[in-house]
Design a protein. Structure first.
Length: 182
């Protein structure tokens, strides 16, 4: 099946898609994270897109990393994947808001979360494009387990700043192009 005939699934915040069929799964990320998990032996793969690492006020939606990861893993296993063979490719966590950076910012907490979650579960990260200053378009091919990344130039989302949050005097770098993760 060629790339032109594969179904295309777009996911957004809180989205999870898993399949054992050749599919292109796409999403666009800013500070959010997308984990692409796959079992290369079973030919099962999937992707999620979450906004925050942990639950706020008991909300159990898939917008939160812990639920999005558990849900993706469960769907993959129901399709015949073996958790012991899982591999991960992770993307996102870009600082795209026009606010001051800090160690407790959403992008940095998201990056720390996904790395720790996968380490705790013994799932190796075989490719990543995390952090930085660019939003990303991500396309995961579930038949080859390859990911195409296109960084979006000049996309900074304006946010209202408090008096304590003055913008950085350094302009974030802007990048573009496609990166392919085998």
């Amino acid at each position: 099946m060629t790339a032109l005939t594969k179904p295309i699934v777009h996911i957004t915040i809180g989205g999870v898609h898993a399949t054992n069929e050749p599919t292109l799964i796409r999403t666009t990320l800013g500070s959010c994270i997308s984990a692409c998990l796959f079992d290369p032996v079973a030919g099962v793969a999937g992707m999620n897109h979450f906004m925050l690492p942990s639950v706020v006020d008991g909300d159990e939606s898939l917008r939160f990393g812990v639920h999005a990861m558990d849900h993706l893993i469960g769907k993959l296993m129901r399709l015949g994947a073996d958790r012991a063979r899982f591999q991960a490719k992770v993307f996102g966590g870009g600082h795209v808001l026009n606010t001051r950076e800090s160690d407790d910012s959403v992008p940095r907490r998201n990056v720390r979360f996904i790395r720790q979650y996968l380490a705790d579960d013994g799932i190796p990260i075989v490719a990543e494009d995390l952090g930085g200053y660019a939003a990303r378009n991500v396309e995961f091919d579930t038949s080859t387990f390859k990911v195409k990344i296109r960084k979006l130039k000049g996309l900074v989302i304006a946010a209202e700043l408090t008096q304590k949050e003055a913008p950085s005097s350094e302009a974030p770098p802007r990048t573009g192009g496609i990166t392919l993760f085998d």
